[in-house]
Design a protein around this ligand. Structure first.
Ligand code: IPE
Ligand code: IPE
Ligand code: MG
Length: 262
């Protein structure tokens, strides 16, 4: 593929269920505030929603679930909240990894781990190793992740691996070095909490993803809410630049021929 051709050459099949769902889990702090609780109580309750999402995605036959847990911008939060989030991540992972493994879930983390405590990095790597052979659901947590960071690190890694690509490389060459190169691009993006922005999440990978925004706060987001998002996804027509007639043309022709034959 030449550097200037489109990355969406083929029409991806739109199944009934999205193969890859990516979620910005937003609204924990507001959930807590509404209940006169400290923000951290909202983060704690948010872990329950993560558990429910993993279970529901398995039940619905979704293959990839990617959750934005901590952005590269979230270091700007008060230090107490940052360290609470790190400890919560550690605690939840320690507690859940065996269960994930039993349920045939492959666990991955994307993001710049260099700022994390070595203990946490070690736990992440171990959890990834333990679950590496699983294939029912791939659960990816984006931690200290930023979409711009991802593109930069991919360029860096590509040039290190193939210096000759420096002057001429394709989208595929670069995409192979993105942090989530092991997964197809998300079919459905969900953001809870009412904001309608991407907040530096998967910038490259969301190019043709269907976007869904809900006012529900993350701790309120449950199986029924995911089903509503999937129903909305099903009602979309993914055209990838084509016209609606082009997409339905072959179907219409087949129907017309069938009618003639009858
Ligand atoms: C999302 O909830 C969780 C993280 C960013 C870690 P917030 O903490 O952003 O909650 P709000 O947006 O303040 O309600
Ligand atoms: C986005 O949430 C990042 C995560 C959910 C981890 P934020 O609440 O930090 O996003 P902004 O800053 O309001 O866009
Ligand atoms: Mg927020």
């Amino acid at each position: 593929m030449s550097r200037f051709s489109s990355s969406t050459q083929s029409i991806l099949p739109t199944g009934d269920v999205p193969g890859h769902v990516a979620i910005i889990m937003d609204g924990n702090g507001r959930w807590a505030k509404k209940r006169f609780l400290p923000r951290i109580a909202g983060h704690k309750r948010g872990v329950e929603s993560v558990r429910e999402m993993v279970k529901t995605c398995i039940e619905r036959g979704i293959s990839y679930l990617t959750l934005f847990a901590f952005s590269s911008e979230n270091w700007r939060r008060p230090p107490d909240e940052v360290s609470f989030l790190m400890n919560l991540f550690m605690f939840a992972l320690e507690e859940e990894v065996e269960k994930l493994n039993r349920n045939n879930v492959r666990f991955r983390v994307i993001g710049d781990l260099s700022r994390f405590e070595p203990r946490l990095v070690e736990l992440i790597r171990r959890s990834e190793e333990i679950t590496a052979g699983n294939n029912r659901l791939t659960l990816t947590i984006a931690a200290n992740y930023g979409g711009r960071w991802d593109i930069l690190q991919a360029v860096e890694r590509m040039i290190k691996a193939q210096p000759e690509k420096r002057d001429d490389f394709s989208e595929d060459d670069l995409a192979a070095h993105l942090a989530m190169a092991y997964a197809p691009e998300p079919d459905l993006f969900i953001r809870t909490g009412g904001e309608q922005r991407i907040s530096n999440f998967l910038l490259w990978q969301l190019a043709y993803t269907e976007l869904y925004f809900t006012d529900l706060l993350w701790p309120e987001f449950d199986a029924a809410a995911l089903d509503a998002a999937i129903a909305s996804y099903r009602s979309r027509e993914r055209r990838f630049g084509r016209t609606s007639d082009q997409l339905h043309g072959s179907e219409t022709r087949i129907a017309a021929v069938a009618q003639q034959d009858a």
